[in-house]
Design a protein around this ligand. Sequence first.
Ligand code: FMN
Length: 199
Amino acid sequence: MKQPATKHALILGVFCFGFGLVLALTDLFTSKEIATRAMEDRQNSLSQVLPAAILDNNPVTNTVILKDAEGKEVTIYRATKADKITGVAFEIYGTGYAGEVKLMIGIDPASNILGVRVLAHKETPGLGDRIEEKKSDWILRFTGLALGNPPAEKWKVKKDGGQFDQFSGATITPRGVVSAIRNGLEFFAAHKQEILGAR
Ligand SMILES: Cc1cc2nc3c(=O)[nH]c(=O)nc-3n(C[C@H](O)[C@H](O)[C@H](O)COP(=O)(O)O)c2cc1C
């Protein structure tokens, strides 16, 4: 009785080892590919908010890591031209109708927005998804703005007394995005020395 049980255990062990080995090898071969894709993705989103004309470096390789008010790490990507910082970009997060909205904001050293783009969201197609550049030009209207332009009390959607259009039937998404952008500008203002300082 004992022998077959030992044999089965041995066969099972060999199978487990085999599958484990296959998984480990697959991970070994794909992890590099995944890292390369992630890097390309990052470069692509950065290129949308840091115009090519302002840089001669790869901002992915010039970063500063700071902590936000909740202690979460924020990676700041810095664009330089002739060794001078010409812009920075970092991810910002807003709360939409269906959850988190992830964006990338680019800001110049004078604190003006170079561009904002949505990286990921779960908002409703036809309602909240007009925050995407490919669905409407709404997100492009932030380019050139700054804290104070418009004044603080206008950094809201029109429905809340501010300057920015909400969408018909969808106020929650743009409200969350406007607030994320304003918070991003405030974060930049609060950490300007660290962001533009030591290289
Ligand atoms: C199925 C469904 C999906 C919705 N999706 C969104 C959305 O993606 N973004 C959004 O702002 N509002 C969405 N709304 C509408 C919101 O519930 C809300 O009515 C709208 O944002 C207007 O807000 P307000 O009443 O404060 O103006 C959705 C409503 C329903 C019923």
